[in-house]
Design a protein around this ligand. Structure first.
Ligand code: PHE
Length: 338
């Protein structure tokens, strides 16, 4: 068999193997050694050149040299193409459904807070946040608590040393807001509050309130009632019945508490409403002139109304949660239900 035929065979074999070689340096190296290496196929062909007939030698030599440059060129093309090609990752079935990604949930108290914010947002209230660590002035004094008021008692209030305490209600924000902004004001102030109370299923030493404050030139008790009745109907449904009972807070005058009619259809209703059918949902009143003054607002020019509600209990009622402690334990078995 002539060497020329072998040359063509080797070329065909090279083409074949190059075609089916997976991209990458390993293939390049393997082919380079197999064909151009010292003991490679081409070296083998070259070594037979001496035994070719004198007359055929120039042509055969030429063919062999051509094959060598052909293989060299193709291999170097293959190498640079491999460098550009992304690595092939085998065995991925892109039609398989993906792994489920666990998603978080919004804390029930936050959900109620968001709902309340949205309702008052539609009435033009914006949101304002104040500090949880407070001084006596903002939590009590500027809110018209007399120096010997029992709410200041250590049994009720957490003190942090001489000067500071944990706010016992979000009403501290009323003073901060009036100090920081000029009236008219129409603001909602959500936040966490703290009271030195024994922890059990019904009460906790921390809970959440949302405070509202309106300060303007001609606010009135009628506007307060209209605003809060609208709020109750947005939250509990358009047929919700409300009532206002006279009450007392040092920082409002007159003061009231608003109840919504819950009903007495089930045993649970009796329990929740203590047999009255009514549910107290917030405290409210016209801002006391002393409080306006403490906040730097002229009580002869402006009046205001304020309200405050606890939202943990609202969340407990909405989802029938029997124990307030669940809200503060971070137990995913509880939290992921909402
Ligand atoms: N701060 C009062 C409480 O904690 C609620 C309240 C706020 C009452 C604003 C009147 C006006 O019970």
């Amino acid at each position: 068999m002539s060497l020329l035929t072998d040359i063509e065979k080797v070329r065909a074999e090279f083409d074949d193997r190059l075609q089916s070689a997976p991209a990458g340096d390993d293939s390049f190296e393997e082919l380079r050694i197999a064909f151009l290496g010292r003991k490679g196929k081409l070296a083998g062909l070259f070594s037979q050149l001496g035994s070719v007939k004198q007359t055929e030698r120039p042509l055969t030599g030429k063919q062999l040299n051509e094959l060598k440059s052909y293989v060299t060129e193709r291999l170097s093309e293959f190498q640079s193409a491999s460098a550009e090609a992304p690595e092939v990752v085998a065995d991925i079935d892109v039609t398989l459904p993906g792994d489920p990604v666990p998603h978080g949930s919004i804390h029930p108290v936050t959900q109620i807070e968001n709902e309340v914010k949205a309702i008052f947002g539609r009435l033009g209230f914006s949101v304002f946040y104040g500090p949880e660590v407070e001084t006596d002035r903002y939590n009590f004094e500027a809110l018209n608590f007399k120096p010997d008021h029992p709410a200041r008692d250590m049994q009720d209030t957490f003190y942090l040393g001489q000067e500071q305490l944990l706010r016992t209600h979000t009403s501290n924000n009323q003073i901060h807001a009036m100090e920081q902004m000029d009236p008219p004001l129409r603001i909602l102030m959500p936040g966490r509050v703290f009271r030195n109370e024994a922890i059990n299923a019904r009460s906790h030493c921390q809970f959440h309130q949302i405070e509202g404050l309106v300060v303007d030139r001609n606010t009135s008790m009628a506007e307060l009632k209209g605003t809060l009745t609208y709020f109750a109907r947005e939250l509990y449904g358009p047929d919700t019945v409300t009532r206002f009972r006279p009450s007392y807070f040092p920082f409002t005058e007159p003061s009231a508490e608003m109840d919504v009619y819950w009903g007495l259809d089930t045993e649970r209703d009796y329990r929740i409403t203590k047999g009255t059918g009514w549910l107290e949902i917030l405290g409210c009143g016209m801002v006391h002139p002393n409080v306006l003054e403490a906040g730097g607002v002229d009580p002869d020019e402006f009046t205001g109304y304020a309200f405050g509600m606890g939202i943990d209990r609202m969340a407990m009622l909405k989802w029938d949660i029997g124990d307030i402690r669940y809200f503060y334990e971070g137990d995913l078995r509880f939290l992921t239900q909402f």
